[in-house]
Design a protein around this ligand. Structure first.
Ligand code: ATP
Length: 238
């Protein structure tokens, strides 16, 4: 596709004899917000782990038109491909501040990093107040906020969020989605995996539905929200 920031061409992921992802192709333009929805085990995490360099695959992944196949996660991070994994990947025995600093480990502009950390602590007072506490002591929702803030410090061009609302109380889900929604104004391209398909479709432009490792449907998120079949299967409506 023309002008694609990210393009998956016939991507497949195997675990031994199990094929978790089967020849999927999709592309995301710069500034676009996409979501992969689908049941547990459909292959969503395997797909985004492949994009982030955490999972071997066959087929190809292009970034700004050039193959990134075989690149290490650090090299992909340097290009701005940032994954907030399922379970958040917080360093629980480090402080909140140290976790934030880890987000900027590839950066050389220390003064700017400090200013951005101060701004994030002001924006998310729960993190600011707890800067010097161990991250493992934060609530699940606060840890997810920390994971998002840490990801922002790594200056993502593509921010991939794997199940950010997993296990959170409704009030925190609302807060996390408010933050995800606010990313729209930043120009960062996002790819969201989310069990809560309604929320995911509400905050994104384009959606792909995964079933048993394949893409069964794709379209504009707003249109999928009103699609009868999607409503029945993924939105719990009759
Ligand atoms: P979930 O929401 O449950 O994470 P998902 O759509 O993200 O689901 P994947 O986690 O990508 O799906 O899993 C796809 C398939 O691959 C599943 O059948 C899963 O059991 C299998 N799978 C995932 N990781 C591994 C692994 N490390 N080893 C073997 N099989 C795996």
């Amino acid at each position: 596709m023309h002008n694609a920031l990210l393009q998956l061409n016939d991507l497949s992921v195997h675990y031994g004899g199990i094929q978790a992802v089967r020849n999927i192709s999709l592309s995301l333009r710069e500034g676009e917000h996409g979501t992969l929805i689908g049941a547990n085990g459909a292959g969503k995490s395997s797909t985004v782990r492949a994009i982030a360099g955490l999972q071997p695959y066959s087929g190809d992944i292009l970034w700004r038109g050039a193959s990134i196949k075989g690149l290490r996660p650090e090299a992909l991070l340097q290009r701005g491909i940032v994954l907030v994994p399922e379970g958040r990947g917080i360093f629980s025995r480090m402080t909140v501040l140290e976790n934030l600093q880890m987000g900027a480990w590839l950066r050389r502009d220390a003064a700017r990093v400090r200013a951005e950390i101060a701004a994030l602590c002001a924006r998310f007072p729960r993190l600011g107040e707890r800067q010097n506490q161990l991250a493992g002591l934060l609530s699940g929702g606060e840890q997810q906020l920390l994971a998002l803030a840490r990801a922002m410090l790594s200056q993502p061009q593509l921010l991939i969020l794997d199940e950010p609302s997993m296990g959170l109380a409704p009030i925190m889900v609302e807060k996390i989605f408010e933050v995800i929604g606010s990313l729209r104004a930043t120009g960062i391209t996002t790819l969201l995996i989310e069990q809560n398909a309604r929320l995911a479709l509400e905050v994104t432009d384009r959606a792909w539905v995964m079933e048993s490792g394949t893409l069964s449907c794709e379209g504009r998120s707003a249109e999928l929200l009103t699609d009868d079949r999607i409503q029945q299967i993924y939105l719990g409506e009759l």
